[in-house]
Design a binder for this molecule. Sequence first.
Ligand code: M6R
Length: 606
Amino acid sequence: MCGIVGYVGEKECVDILLDSLSKLEYRGYDSAGVAVFEDGKICVQKAQGELKNLRDKINSTHKPVGGCGIGHTRWATHGEPSDINSHPHGNERVSIVHNGIIENYKDIKKFLTGKGYTFESETDTETVAKLLDYYYEYDPIDAIIKTLNDVRGAYALGIIFKDYPDTIFAVRKDSPLIVGTAEGENYIASDVPAILKYTKKYYLLEENEIATIKANEITFCDIHKKPLEKEVQISNLDMNAAEKGGYEHFMLKEIHEQPSAVKTTITPRINNGMPDLSECGLTAEKLDSYKNIFIVACGTAMHAGVVGKYVIEKLARVPVTVDIASEFRYRNPIVGKDDLVIVISQSGETADTKAALHLAHDKGAEVLSVVNVKGSSIARESDMVIYTHAGPEISVASTKAFSVQMSIMYLLAFELAYVKGTIDKEECLRLTNELSNIPDKIEEALACQDKCQYVSSKLITAQSLLYIGRGLDYALSMEGSLKLKEISYIHSESYAAGELKHGTISLIEEGVPVIGVATQSDLLEKMVSNIVEVKSRGAFSICVCKEGEEFDEGIVDERIEVPALEDVLMPMVTVIPLQLLAYYTTVLKGFNVDKPRNLAKSVTVE
Ligand code: M6R
């Protein structure tokens, strides 16, 4: 979603702001802007559309010269994407960039209108800018505190005041913001990759902490003006991790990073051949003690949860409820103090998942989070956190995050099954060993790339397609379908294969592609029947199956093989062709693979 950057130092600020904003493009945006001090005045440039439009506008009109400024990429919530609605907002005295949503902006607008203020945009953000101006009497911190006392909602704010041309002010609540620091220059950013090229050192702003940032000094205070000491953090992200590294798109790079991402995620959690998640406080006794397990997440992370449910229930015989976070938070779930709620999130900032976490806490449950972004809100607010080590995932379509999330689900299932006595030590050692071989198997699965490219060429004219599967393959069908539709814009649905006859099969007509995911041996016969049913009604049938699987002649038009593992582990390789089909179909259709329309990498608003 929206991205914030800010720079104060000796260098030309505009160049740094534009470069840092480009590192946040992956989050999704529809307009961009900067505000820079030039000769003591705030100079604002904004443009709808890609960052390139802003760059072109600046180069063809006026490039502000100065060493202090703020920048923003906007993902429209209040008001359409347009130059006027783009950030920064404010006037000649104050200018702000904002991530989040101000819930009571209408009341604030009414109040300020009564005080003679006028508004040019439709945004909630402009009301905060004007409120700051209203309260500003030459003490920026006072103005910020008074403003925060009036606003309700989520915000990360970068603020500059005309009278302080060498200072950026920053504050956040429910939306992330960091303060980067280097020799003689400092930064703000909504995400570490934005400033990684310039510094690895940063401070994490906590809720309602206010930072005052100059080139050679950063100070922090709380909302009562009490000074705060904060510890500098060092990012372990590799700067190259946020670059394409020779691949045409981040998505393809990230698909290929899955073997190493899974290896780095599981290796530290295997001790003497056994799964060991105790690093986060999840001891065997604790695991054994929970009455119910809930898994709550959104999108792809939720699909990893569905895989987790199947595997935990199959091996440990413990019931697991999987919820979409936006449903969980409003359905008054029956969760209590004896339960474990597992929240899964790549970004650790997804608004609905965060709200589900809060609800679980309110109901007394313990929360374990499986999160990729270190220090993210969800990680910090959970009772226990297991970090997946996928490295930064830039492409909006989540790929490597899914694989590492699944790998944690497996470790959890194996340990729980052992603790519950549904598998013995020997079996637990064997399964864990199989899991540790998975990175090589994913590597092998990637060999289906050319085949996927070929099959994709047959999908590009489709109006709609179906993914079908049973059991774990159904979970993978959901993921395959989401991946395809979100980036190729082809309508697709995933269906439990056995449900087809209850309505959906009427959609099948000549040439409709149906992707049958058929990797589960005990369900293979049933799946074959389902594929025959659609094929005999004219479907173009594509089957993802174990290598060497035998089918009757003519049932499948195209088959894509993946390495044959034992059934329970098949999702770890089955997902590869599903990701590649989505990738190549999108490339062939000529769409923006890494930044699909209307989507944001991290969905920080409800
Ligand atoms: O950061 P999170 O894992 O919480 O994000 C959840 C979903 O928004 C995300 O998985 C989304 O569905 C992806 N675009 C799917 O590729």
